[in-house]
Design a protein around this ligand. Structure first.
Ligand code: BES
Ligand code: MN
Ligand code: ZN
Length: 502
């Protein structure tokens, strides 16, 4: 409440910065904190909010004058900044528009991200957010805090100067209810940040063995981790995954992360985990090869999802099966023209060594189905440049024969600003080989679809969807709640979908 001027003790800080990543310190209380440098006020298009009116009065109408001068109308995410306001102790007041309707899950999160971006300057260290006049303010404030934290994340392992953490003090009606609403979001942040860390890390420091090591960190949340080395993969018959790993000295790994807190059949997530994609002998010749450290983002999203669910002690049964390899050039690398045998038994002619993601996924999908008999299998992969050309990087592409599954996934994505667009399966005849059961690239047809149809041959009769996140995994510029670099795309979408459909 605005009227309460009492100083308060620091509330519970739910988010602490880890050594790798960076987020803000967030506190919820039912007071306005007086001694921060910055105050944030909300303003809807349908008229000024209560806090704005109160501070406007205190400043003898300065805020009203300022918004008039800036022609500010409260449009969604528009902001004005008033420096050194009259009769008010804060150094600055930032007024942010909330638009002409109540904030939803997706718009509140994005607003938090945009607000975070506005407050990036280094002289801002402590921020009071007057959120008690927002509709449904416990949930809404929690989502805004979520957006702030998601956007404030930095991967700063390699910078000499580290960014300073900001402290946010939210004034809400019911601090307890807000903390309760924020808690599951803080676990999702942890899952997203893990996926971003793994994706942004350099190819030399994030090999299949390093990834397996990172997965083992989840044991402390009750996740069972199993790792298979190349010798074990061969024994299990995983000739495709093993072959893609052959070009690097460490070789491939299959990493399995199982979080079981329900007796239902599991949901399985197969992740493409190429820690660097040189293309192999069909080497990549474009400068965009520099982005190929992020070719393990599908595996990172799978692991991040398991982390978020396990930290939240959610009553679900989820297993991530991640096919990890570095697609490198060496005398041991798989060669164009080679024929591999997948664990499922189908043989594949290698018509292009750069179509390696679908190869590691065949064996990951086989393992998921064979060992876990999942009720649904989703694979997530930075699979094709063709997908980027088709729908760009504001959508990921989803492929499935199951209309309802596509609908569920698409709706979950909308809630969290991770949008999906459906593309068709088909063109199976383009995968015919003269020497093996399949070829690994389509002889004709759209590339994203022929890749998806290749994977479909390994889904058997399991309810299955393929999500191509090429272009979504690594952002070249910041937007909304997603800063540039590894995005963790898929963690929020999959967590939302699993929790909404359990
Ligand atoms: N990892 C790439 C796909 C990719 C491209 C991801 C751009 C992110 C951004 C994948 O392994 C690949 O190289 N795909 C080839 C397939 C082709 C050889 C049939 C492609 O899309 O060009
Ligand atoms: Mn490739
Ligand atoms: Zn690749």
């Amino acid at each position: 409440m605005i009227a309460k001027l009492s100083k308060l003790a620091l509330g519970l800080s739910l988010v602490t910065a880890s050594t790798l990543t960076f987020a803000e310190s967030i506190t919820f209380d039912s007071h306005v904190k007086q001694d921060t440098d910055t105050l944030v006020l909300f303003y809807g298009e349908n008229g000024a909010n209560t806090s704005f009116k109160n501070f406007d009065k205190q400043s003898n109408g300065q805020l009203t004058k300022a918004i008039k001068a800036a022609d500010f109308k409260g449009k969604y995410s528009n902001t004005i900044e008033v420096l050194a306001p009259n009769n008010i102790d804060y150094q600055r007041i930032v007024v942010i528009g909330t638009g002409n309707k109540a904030l939803s899950k997706s718009t509140a999160t994005k607003l938090g991200g945009n607000l975070s971006a506005k407050l990036e300057k280094s002289q801002i260290k402590t921020v009071t957010v007057a959120a008690d006049d927002l509709a449904n303010n416990a949930e809404t404030a929690a989502l805004i805090a979520h957006g702030i934290n998601l956007r404030a994340y930095r991967f700063e392992n390699y910078f000499k100067e580290k960014r300073h953490e900001k402290s946010f003090y939210f004034d809400v009606d019911n601090a307890k209810a807000t903390r309760k609403a924020y808690k599951p979001l803080s676990y999702i942040e942890s899952g997203v940040f893990l996926a971003r860390d793994l994706t942004s890390e350099t190819p030399t420091e994030m090999t299949p063995v390093d990834f397996a090591k990172a997965a083992k960190e989840l044991k402390k949340y009750g996740v069972k981790i199993t790792v298979f080395n190349p010798k074990q993969l061969k024994k299990l018959g995983m000739g495709a995954l093993e072959a893609v790993g052959r070009g690097s000295s460490e070789g491939a790994r299959l990493v399995v992360a199982h979080y079981k807190n329900s007796d239902e059949a599991p949901i399985a997530i197969a992740g493409k985990g190429i820690t660097f994609d040189s293309g192999g002998y069909n080497i990549k010749t474009h400068s965009s090869i520099v982005h190929m450290k992020s070719d393990m983002a599908g595996a990172a999203a799978a692991l991040g999802t398991v982390k978020a669910l396990a930290m939240g002690k959610e009553k679900v049964n989820v297993v991530a099966v991640m096919g990890m390899a570095a697609n490198m050039v060496s005398e041991n690398s798989v060669a164009p023209g080679d024929v591999l045998t997948t664990a499922q038994g189908l043989t594949v002619e290698i018509t292009n060594t750069d179509a390696e993601g679908r190869l590691v996924l065949t064996d990951a999908m086989w393992y998921a189905r064979e060992k876990f008999n999942p009720r649904i299998l989703i694979d997530v992969a930075t699979l094709t440049g063709s997908k980027v050309r088709a729908v760009g990087n504001e959508y990921a592409a989803v492929f499935s024969e199951d209309d309802n599954l596509v609908k569920q996934l698409t709706m979950a994505g909308k809630e969290v600003n991770e949008n999906l667009w459906r593309l068709p399966l088909g063109y199976k005849s383009a995968l015919k080989s003269g020497i093996a059961d399949l070829r690994n690239t389509g002889s004709s047809g759209p590339g994203a679809t022929t890749a998806a149809t290749f994977l479909q041959q390994f889904a058997g009769d399991t309810k299955w969807a393929h999500i191509d996140i090429a272009g979504n995994a690594l952002a070249s510029s910041s937007k909304g709640e997603v800063p540039k670099g590894g995005t963790g795309f898929g963690v929020r979408l999959l967590t939302e979908w699993i929790l909404e459909n359990k």
